[in-house]
Design a binder for this molecule. Structure first.
Ligand SMILES: Cc1cc2nc3c(=O)[nH]c(=O)nc-3n(C[C@H](O)[C@H](O)[C@H](O)COP(=O)(O)OP(=O)(O)OC[C@H]3O[C@@H](n4cnc5c(N)ncnc54)[C@H](O)[C@@H]3O)c2cc1C
Length: 403
């Protein structure tokens, strides 16, 4: 018999490093992220100065090996960081996710040694801000329907097209783009029947690469910038091609798994915060001479929220524990956790508003912001319908999945 005791295993922080990371991020969130959250949401601003401080904590390159300036941590650490930041500010956390997972982790897993040496240290320190461009004005879920095209010419590519909804696409209210955008474009010929997608890196200042517009008036996630990006005869040198031509679907598949787990973890942060707000209020507020927490209908809001949060949390952390960053293999569950956990954050934020009555409806009590932010998690990184489609397909393909 092994001497291992199951009771010693803590799924949510299996090692000392994970516990320390949770404490570090929680302390930072409470001290620095929480106090600015309402202001940046209201003003639809991205807090670049605070963002760069995440580099000092090792969070901006959380999955990147130390030799490239990162913290060399695993997917479970990614979940911890996203859960903790989101308890205070999901909008700020979305900007973090776009940088650390969509751009930095993607480049780290799929880029060449020289690309990693050139781009990663500044992205990990916070000197540079990164983003990822997949979606377009006319193609989101239907990724093969993208129209941005990279035409091979001399010793590079000439890119034309538009990317839409790019988190961190711009870093201010004007036209300043992110420092580094990892993007996908078609490299097939227009006469080809099958789409071929390839991945590229483009830096700020490259002629023909610009911000089309900052998208304003979003429902939530207003503390992150969302932009349209334009490519007009933009020349990309061969050394900025990531991997081989036609490899993008593989890059996407690998990276979407960690992205979806990160987005699900953000929902956990929203759920936990909303539950604690509703519990505190139900303890303090009286109606008909009794505390709210004594009413059965309020207990249902609290108890159901707790059980749903714990179920989602267990599924998210268990999936992260089994995930490998450098290969695909947990798509069924990364779609599963996002499908299951993201509506739970929204539902619990909604219940919190209900328990607080009129007070829940205004910004001071935080849950109205969390409720607005939560909706994006059902859309970005794959819609709920896309997860349902993928899960069903994978279940029929893999007969062993239910064993
Ligand atoms: C705030 C914000 C930030 C974002 N950040 C980024 C980013 O950094 N980088 C990036 O590349 N993208 C980003 N996105 C884009 C996001 O990933 C897409 O919005 C999402 O993938 C959905 O694509 P779409 O908006 O084109 O909707 P569509 O794909 O057009 O879908 C519209 C509706 O049709 C449904 N639908 C589509 N196909 C099917 C089908 N086969 N079966 C059933 N239903 C279907 C969808 O589920 C949805 O309900 C962001 C979006 C937002 C709003």
């Amino acid at each position: 018999m092994s001497s291992f005791s199951y009771s010693e295993f803590d799924l949510f922080q299996p090692t000392e490093e994970h516990s320390l990371l949770r404490k570090t991020v929680r302390d930072f969130s409470e001290a620095e992220i929480e106090p600015q959250a309402a202001k940046y949401d209201r003003e639809e601003q991205f807090n670049g100065e605070l963002f760069r401080k995440l580099g000092g904590l090792g969070l901006l390159g959380i999955t990147v090996p130390e030799e490239f300036g990162g913290a060399g941590m695993d997917p479970l650490a990614v979940v911890i960081a996203h859960e903790e930041i989101s308890t205070s500010d999901p909008g700020f956390c979305l900007a973090y996710l776009a940088h650390a997972l969509l751009c930095v982790n993607n480049l780290c897993v799929n880029g060449s040694e020289s690309q990693k040496r050139e781009f990663l240290p500044k992205l990990c320190s916070g000197e540079h801000i990164g983003a990822m461009g997949m979606s377009e004005p006319d193609a989101g879920t239907d990724v093969l329907g993208m129209k941005t095209r990279a035409r091979e010419e001399d010793d590079g590519f000439v890119v034309n097209g538009r990317k839409m909804w790019i988190t961190n696409g711009c870093v201010d209210d004007g036209n300043t783009p992110c420092d580094c955008l990892l993007f996908y474009a078609r490299t097939d010929k227009e006469s080809d029947e099958k789409a071929q997608l390839s991945s590229f890196l483009v830096s700020k200042g490259t002629p023909g690469f610009s911000v089309g517009q900052k998208i304003r008036d979003k429902l939530g996630m207003r503390a992150s910038n969302t932009a349209e990006m334009c490519f007009d005869d933009c020349r990309i040198p061969l050394e900025n091609l990531v991997g081989k031509p036609g490899e993008s679907l593989l890059h996407m598949m690998r990276n979407l798994e960690i992205e979806r787990v990160g987005l699900a973890a953000m929902s956990l942060g929203i759920a936990r915060r909303s539950l604690s707000v509703m519990m505190k209020y139900a303890e303090e507020r009286k109606a008909f001479g009794r505390k709210l927490k004594e009413f059965g209908q309020i207990q249902e809001h609290i108890a159901t929220s707790f059980a749903e949060y714990k179920a989602a949390r267990t599924y998210v952390y268990d999936t992260a524990r089994r995930m490998k960053l450098d290969r695909e293999g947990t798509r069924l569950d990364s779609d599963g956790v996002k499908l299951f956990a993201t509506p739970i954050g929204k539902k619990i934020a909604d219940r919190a508003i209900q328990v607080l009555g009129g007070y829940g409806y205004v910004g001071e009590y935080v849950v109205e912001r969390l409720w607005r932010d939560s909706k994006l998690l059902e859309i970005g990184g794959g819609t709920l319908e896309a997860h349902q489609k993928n899960i069903t397909k994978d279940l029929y393909r893999d007969g062993a999945a239910l064993r």
